[in-house]
Design a protein around this ligand. Structure first.
Ligand code: RTP
Ligand code: MG
Length: 150
């Protein structure tokens, strides 16, 4: 089972609604390792880098206004199949359609303000981790769940 890294953001609505701890707990309860974590303000430039695939889409101006409106908490999460495991924990993009039990399904009722970002592939994760973190901000510790359970 491949150990992967994925880039997670608690978006401005999650920070404003004081759900940082809840979201961190969900990730830890699942057995994944948080190997980097910081709070920052996303600038317009950073937003355009992160959401390069969406910059030309009609919803992008609203997305940029939202993601730059308050701090985010950025994390690198590592573990077996971390990219797809986190996407499952996060749920569908639109909080109104996300399944109960997922983070968006339990806390979100909007398509725009959907609490959390998770990379959508291993390649996206590598690109996004490089945008948000330098190598010396990434830690290594402990044993991933996949080393304990097959
Ligand atoms: P994310 O990248 O933030 O993890 O979300 P996602 O993969 O589930 O969704 P994606 O299609 O990548 O869209 C990125 C973010 O843009 C906003 N959005 N608004 N039609 C719309 O109004 C619309 N579509 C997407 C959401 O905030 C979404 O998370
Ligand atoms: Mg996406």
């Amino acid at each position: 089972m491949a150990s992967e890294r994925t880039l997670i953001l608690v978006k401005p609505d999650g920070v404003q609604r004081k759900l940082i701890g809840t979201i961190v707990s969900r990730i830890e309860n699942k057995g994944l390792n948080i190997i980097a974590l910081k709070m920052l303000n996303v600038t317009a430039e950073l937003s355009k880098q992160h959401y390069a695939e969406h910059v030309e889409k009609p919803f992008y101006p609203d997305l940029e206004s939202f993601i730059t409106s308050a701090p985010v908490v950025a994390m690198i999460v590592e573990g077996p199949e971390a990219v797809s495991v986190m996407r499952m924990l996060i749920g569908a993009t639109n909080g109104r359609e996300a399944a109960p039990g997922t983070i968006r399904g339990d806390y979100g009722s909007s398509r725009q303000m959907n609490m959390i970002h998770g990379s959508d592939s291993v390649d996206s994760a590598k690109r996004e981790i490089g945008i948000y973190f330098t190598d010396n901000e990434i830690c290594s510790y402990g044993v991933a769940l996949g080393d304990w359970v097959c």
